[in-house]
Design a protein around this ligand. Structure first.
Ligand code: GLA
Length: 375
């Protein structure tokens, strides 16, 4: 697929005088279904982004090169997202609304948006759209806002637009990403510790070919069940439970053990012990499959074939129920692992997988006018 910035440049017939912004998608190395339990996650921002180019205007007017159509909204956030068509505009309306609540001055933007984060894949295409819109809206209003507050507003916007009570991981990773580093995020304090990704490590994301959007899944149900369990155990959130308390509770077992694995993977990466990191990823997948119940046959087959092809470890990434698997391997083995696993998966499932080797990049921000290079 052609790079999003290049497509916008072609559409605008050169850079013009628009201001450009990008917000990356993310992949999560380990720590799934832990963010909304106030636990730990280890994502990084990937070299695929949503790009917005626009100028200050009376109203908020946005055109999507990928999804078609134009949305027009009140700049003060008073447009109800639920009534916006086409549906992708609901995310934009929700961002305008949430930023208005945070105190953004009521200033419009006339903008074009395009993305090379694959939709519905577990790489946070919607979070990258929200964050790209948010940084553009902050810029046109000359409004200085803290990155964490911006990420929290975008998380709230996702919930407003979709009704899904998601956690903070995706939006915060898109805002706070750092080149060549993963982010160990404490989802209670929102503190972030950068974890350098060692050189011999390659990270591969493979889309299973099964698309999904979170509003059609039991995501919200899992979150509520976790909250009920925390209340039953008498803790503020499952992050505060210990292994003994959750020994007979599969959901709690996953969350408590996954939080531990996040720290262990960070340590393994610091020690450049890739084999250990790989084993921990496999344990995470087993826990998401057996205890948390969010895997699918396709994701299980993909993990199996990636490991059989020589990956050091692999696991479903993001919410599960379809979408993507993340695998790690030695850089030198990347091409062979990818080709073999893809072929075997295709022949076993009849589905068409897509592989994305990923690099860690900086988080959202301005993009040089008309630039066609990804950062
Ligand atoms: C989705 C949500 C995140 C997180 C993951 C699972 O990506 O948006 O907040 O809960 O699922 O880890």
């Amino acid at each position: 697929m052609q790079d999003a910035a290049a497509r916008i440049a072609a559409e605008l017939d050169g850079a013009g005088d628009a201001s450009w912004f990008r917000a990356p998608g993310r992949v999560n190395l380990v720590g799934d279904h832990t963010d909304y339990n106030e636990g730990f996650v280890l994502p990084f921002a990937v070299d695929r982004a949503c790009v917005v180019a626009g100028n200050r205007a009376e109203r908020v007017r946005m055109r999507s090169l990928d999804l078609g159509g134009i949305v027009e909204l009140e700049p003060d956030g008073s447009t109800d997202p639920a009534g916006v068509e086409p549906a992708w505009g609901r995310y934009v309306a929700a961002v305008v609304h949430e930023l208005g609540r945070l105190g953004r001055p009521s200033v419009g933007v006339d903008a074009v948006v395009a993305s090379d984060v694959p939709l519905g894949s577990g790489l946070s295409s919607s979070a990258s759209l929200e964050v790209a819109c948010a940084v553009a809206l902050a810029h046109v209003a000359r409004w200085d806002v803290d990155g964490r507050a911006l990420a929290e507003a975008c998380r709230a916007a996702e919930e407003l637009a979709t009704g899904v009570p998601c956690g903070i991981m995706d939006q915060l990773a898109s805002v706070a990403g750092r080149a060549d580093e993963a982010l160990l995020i404490d989802c209670r304090s929102l503190e972030i510790r950068p974890v350098p990704l060692p050189d011999p490590l390659a990270v591969l994301v493979v889309h299973s070919g099964v698309r999904r959007s979170l509003d059609g899944t039991p995501y919200a149900e899992r979150r509520r069940a976790c909250e009920r369990l925390a209340a039953k155990l008498g803790v503020r959130a499952l992050r505060d439970a210990d292994e003994r308390q959750v020994a007979a509770e599969p959901l709690g077992r996953h969350v408590v053990s996954e939080n531990r694995r996040v720290h262990e993977v960070a340590d393994a990466l610091a020690d450049v012990d890739l084999a250990r990191a790989g084993r921990l990823l496999l344990e995470s997948h087993a826990s998401l499959r057996d205890d948390f119940g969010v895997s699918t046959r396709e994701l299980d087959v993909l993990v199996e074939e990636l490991v059989a092809a020589g990956a050091l470890g692999a696991r479903l990434t993001g919410a599960g129920f379809g979408g993507c698997v993340v695998a790690i391997c030695e850089s030198a083995a990347l091409d062979a692992v990818t080709a073999t696993a893809i072929e075997r998966y295709r022949s076993r499932t009849g589905l068409e997988p897509t592989a994305f080797p990923c690099r860690a990049v900086d988080g959202a921000g301005p993009l040089e006018a008309g630039s066609t290079t990804r950062r």
